[in-house]
Ligand binder design. Structure first.
Ligand SMILES: Cc1cc2nc3c(=O)[nH]c(=O)nc-3n(C[C@H](O)[C@H](O)[C@H](O)COP(=O)(O)O)c2cc1C
Length: 162
């Protein structure tokens, strides 16, 4: 595929609606880090495994290549602003929103629709991304509608299909 094809590829991928998650971890100095992703997916029920992928050029690439644990926060429909904030590395997002300590001191956001605390099972280089496979150690679920990402924009869940 050439560059035009790659634009078409991105657009076509964007026609698959996803949820939005913020993945958090600690860097090597113990500082909390977090980034917005929509590559999260379920993999296995027994054992409970999930995956997401990180861009090789991400500012947080080194952190997630070293971290032994990560937390996945599935965002609620009213957390579009948080998704936007955690999609850039600048400024200390945690200073604004605060966090609670989780397993292995994982920084846990205070609000989400679901939370998975994971230990890294394996990492798989895949083109310009690395796939991280995590084993879920603990989960929490809140009664909240999820935030949806589709064709580069945010949505709320609409009416249930009849
Ligand atoms: C809706 C949305 C989904 C994203 N999904 C991913 C993803 O799956 N993997 C990834 O590496 N970056 C993803 N990003 C970009 C990262 O959030 C962003 O690169 C990261 O916070 C680091 O910031 P930087 O781009 O300034 O290095 C996504 C951004 C948005 C807004």
């Amino acid at each position: 595929m050439n560059e035009t094809d790659s634009r078409e590829f991105r657009d076509a991928l964007g026609s698959f609606p996803t949820g939005v998650a913020i993945i958090t971890a600690r860097d090597q100095d113990g500082k909390p880090v977090g980034m917005t992703v929509n590559s999260f997916a379920s993999v296995s029920l027994a054992p409970p495994l999930v995956l997401w992928s990180i861009d090789n050029n991400s500012a947080f690439f080194d952190v997630f290549m070293q971290a032994s644990n990560f937390a996945v926060h599935i965002l609620r429909s009213d957390q579009q602003r948080l998704s936007h904030d955690f999609s850039s590395e600048d400024s200390d997002h945690f200073a604004e929103v605060g966090y609670d300590p989780g397993i292995e001191e994982l920084p846990l956001l205070k609000s989400y629709s679901a939370l998975f605390q994971c230990e890294v099972r394996s990492r798989h280089p895949a083109g310009d991304h690395v796939i991280l496979l995590g084993r879920v150690l603990e989960l929490r679920k809140c009664p909240a509608e999820p935030l949806v990402f589709f064709a580069g924009k945010y949505y709320k869940i609409g009416a249930e299909h009849s």
